[in-house]
Design a protein around this ligand. Structure first.
Ligand code: FAD
Length: 378
């Protein structure tokens, strides 16, 4: 675009959530010329925008980014705003070059590197790290459009608190962790139906605001053990498929808590009859509102190089895309381990990506020097 600002950098990181900031920490350590572009106006907004009562289900001891632990006791479950604040402090502490208000809308290969478009701006870079988050595009079944217009519909990504919904019965679709947490909160003020198959639960649910010390030790051991299962193993590949297609298990509570709170379990929702949600057992539910806690789908349509697999996720190994050298991803569900998308787990992947990027850059420099030497007249 003529007259549009154009910047030349070594590396562009797209997304300034935990994954992009962790990448920034390591790139800064390599003294690279880079920028982190983020669509939001404030670091941490992805967290601020989640529902009001949300707390992390990972204790602070397991929710730290490289170089700066969370500033809370190890067992503390941070609120979403504390988490957002932590990310903001993190970027400030390491003086990470985050450029806010930049929504990247195109990425293409050009001249051995990449051209990143963000509105009017253009960024040329040898390397690009895509860290735009695993939860971007809400997944809602097509038949939702046939629900009666009087039924208020909301995706869990837009849910904040019960006041958004009219009084009266509500159907929450999707019984993973988000759907179950939202159901418990809504059940205080109304009749709640929760539809969908059980997604299991983490044993020894982590109730309250802080994990007791003995459980914290068990969590640390379990984290270490589960973290050893990587996507390079058969078990890891099954875990990856599971984490990309199924709801997350309940962490803070178990199905008995739902029953105690009066949440009524229902089969799957299969369609719509007379404008009402239709269950797999052919019952149509008369509800005032529906919350779709049906997850998210990948959203990489703005990336031009053909690097996506059949499931819509990029084909990569530990973040590096073989088909597009210099292009990296971070924070994908089960990118390398189950913890790749968690705050406490993304640092390890970011370290690997930064090391890969550095060795590629060194190799290119070496080749260029060699080329110059052989091309120079003797
Ligand atoms: P995000 O936080 O989504 O950040 C991505 C950033 O990229 C955003 O700032 C966005 O503005 C920006 N962006 C996106 N697209 C573009 C674009 N095209 N151009 C420019 N910028 C762009 N993990 C835990 O470890 N513990 C927990 O307890 C926990 N609880 C969770 C609870 C919920 C309800 C959810 C949904 C997730 C939870 N997670 C938890 C998982 C994970 O930690 C979060 O999803 C986290 O936000 C992922 O971080 P991220 O940096 O990969 O992506």
């Amino acid at each position: 675009m003529r007259g549009a600002p154009e910047h030349r950098l070594d590396t562009v990181v797209i997304g300034g959530g935990q994954a992009g900031l962790a990448a920034g920490y390591y790139l800064k350590g390599q003294a690279r010329d880079f920028a982190i572009l983020d669509a939001e106006e404030r670091i941490g907004d992805a967290w601020r925008r989640r529902w009001d009562s949300l707390r992390l289900f990972t204790p602070a001891a397991l929710s730290g980014l490289p170089g700066k632990p969370m500033p809370f006791p190890g067992g503390h479950f941070a609120t979403k705003d504390e988490t957002a604040g932590y990310l903001e402090e993190y970027a400030a502490k390491f003086d990470l070059p985050v450029r806010l208000g930049r929504r990247v809308d195109s990425l293409r290969r050009e001249g051995g590197g990449y051209l990143v478009g963000a509105g009017e701006e253009r960024y040329r870079a040898d390397n690009v790290v895509v860290a735009t988050g695993p939860y971007r595009a809400p997944r809602v079944p097509d038949f939702s459009a046939r629900l009666d217009p009087s039924v208020v519909q909301l995706h869990s990504g837009a849910y904040r608190n019960p006041d958004q919904l009219p009084e009266g019965d509500v159907l929450v679709v999707g019984a993973g962790n988000s759907g179950a947490e939202i159901s418990l909160e809504l059940a205080v003020t109304r009749r709640v139906y929760l539809s969908g198959r059980d997604t299991g639960n983490v044993p020894g649910g982590v109730r309250g605001r802080r994990l007791p010390r003995h459980l914290l030790l068990a969590w640390l051991a379990g984290w270490w053990l589960i973290g050893r299962v990587t996507a390079d193993t058969g078990l890891g590949r099954r875990g990856r498929e599971f984490s990309r297609t199924r709801g997350t298990p309940l962490v803070r509570f178990d199905p008995r808590d739902l029953a105690k709170a009066g949440v009524e379990r229902m089969p799957r929702v299969d369609g719509v009859a007379d404008g009402k949600p239709l269950l797999a057992d052919r019952r149509a539910l008369d509800v005032e509102s529906v919350v779709w806690a049906t997850g998210f789908r990948p959203d990489f349509g703005w990336i031009e190089p053909p690097i996506l697999g059949g499931d819509g996720y990029p084909i990569q190994h530990r973040g590096a895309v073989d088909a597009a050298p210099g292009l990296y991803f971070l924070g994908l569900p089960f990118q390398h381990t189950f913890f790749s998308e968690t705050i406490g787990g993304v640092g390890k992947d970011a370290h690997h990506v930064a090391e890969h990027l550095a060795s590629r850059a060194e190799k290119r420099e070496r080749e260029e020097r060699q080329h110059e030497t052989t091309a120079a007249p003797s």
